[in-house]
Design a binder for this molecule. Structure first.
Ligand code: AVJ
Length: 322
């Protein structure tokens, strides 16, 4: 059985997983879609556009915190470190940090896209010829992509997880992810992680409902993707983008709201929508420093310090595996 399964072409296997997740998500009482599917090629490009939008302060703020505190951050990490980056993408954020580190042992980026990783590796080698890079292709939430790590040299390992990506995970999943990081680190090894901070809801909601409507395009692209990849007939004009801050859950939720009663066909399966019904497409959890310190502790880390911007919009935390 196993052999037969692994002989199914990868693309086909990915498609059927996508279909299964979509039908499951749209088949429930509350409709949801896994947020990872927002990031196809078009979606990833739209997310890059979001990062340029003035209402979306996260990326800019994180970059400025890094730029301001780079030396201090590199000092905390110390010499001969191996940096590991889950979901590295184009590896842009780490370059300046790698260049600042004292005798780094190398870099281990993990990403699902082999093309993007290969390009990034080339660029890093061109800029820093001495840097050792070991790329791992796969989903960083799966333990197997971390396996090669055990064979690599280092005095200290540091997981680098910027971008407030941890915010996409519900608290128990976030804890599990931190546990996975910790399982691949030794006592005293590091975690450098970015989080968006709790703040007034107007500013938060604007970041996810920007005046340039880029986030709306990003959200609706998911329906386009389902239409083209899974033979569905979503009419994008029958859905509106909605993003709101949920005070109790401390997260911005992104939804697509059906504007009227109607049905959609997804690969032959009928999905009914009533007016006002939503598809929940993404969560972006916000933390206070103390909330996040508690999460770190539950995940197996001791909080060491953090860096913030002057307005305390965003934080970069440094923690050590216990
Ligand atoms: C990439 C998960 C950090 O939650 O702020 C931005 C994704 N979604 N606008 C975030 C996102 C809508 C972003 N992260």
């Amino acid at each position: 059985m196993k052999a037969a399964l692994s002989s199914v072409p990868e693309k086909q296997q990915q498609d059927s997983e996508f279909l299964r997740d979509v039908l499951e998500g749209l088949g429930g009482k509350r409709k949801t879609l896994p947020c990872k599917y927002l990031y196809d090629e078009v979606g990833s490009r739209l997310f890059e556009d979001i990062c340029e939008v003035s209402d979306y302060y996260l990326t800019r703020t994180e970059a400025s915190i890094f730029a301001t505190n780079l030396k201090d951050i590199a000092d905390k990490i110390g010499p001969e470190a191996l940096l590991i980056e889950p979901g590295a993408g184009n590896c842009e954020k780490i370059e300046a940090l790698l260049a600042q580190l004292e005798s780094p042992k190398g870099y281990y980026p993990i990403d699902i896209s082999p093309e993007i990783l290969l390009n990034a590796e080339r660029r890093i080698k061109a800029n820093q010829p001495e840097m050792q890079v070991w790329s791992a292709v796969g989903d960083f939430t799966q333990p197997d992509v971390w396996d090669q790590l055990t064979q690599l040299p280092s005095r200290k390992r540091v997981v680098f997880f910027p971008g407030s990506t941890i915010g996409n995970f519900e608290p128990d999943k976030a804890e599990q992810l931190l546990e996975l990081f910790a399982a691949n680190l030794g006592a005293g090894d590091g975690l450098l992680i970015g989080t968006d901070l709790v703040k007034d809801s107007v500013r938060l909601e604007r970041a996810y409902h920007d005046s340039e409507h880029v986030t709306e395009r990003f959200n609706k692209n998911l329906l386009n993707r389902i239409n083209t990849e899974l033979e569905a007939d979503f009419d994008l004009s029958l859905f509106a983008h909605r993003a709101f801050y949920h005070q109790l859950r401390k997260r911005v939720e992104m939804h697509l709201v059906s504007l009227k009663d109607h049905s959609v066909s997804v690969a032959g399966t009928r999905v009914d929508f009533s007016e006002g019904e939503t598809i929940h497409t993404e969560n972006s959890h916000k933390y206070s420093i103390s909330d996040f310190n508690q999460l770190l502790a539950r995940g197996g880390f001791r909080p060491i310090c953090h860096w913030k911007d002057a307005a305390a919009s965003y934080a970069i935390h440094y923690a050590q595996a216990i």
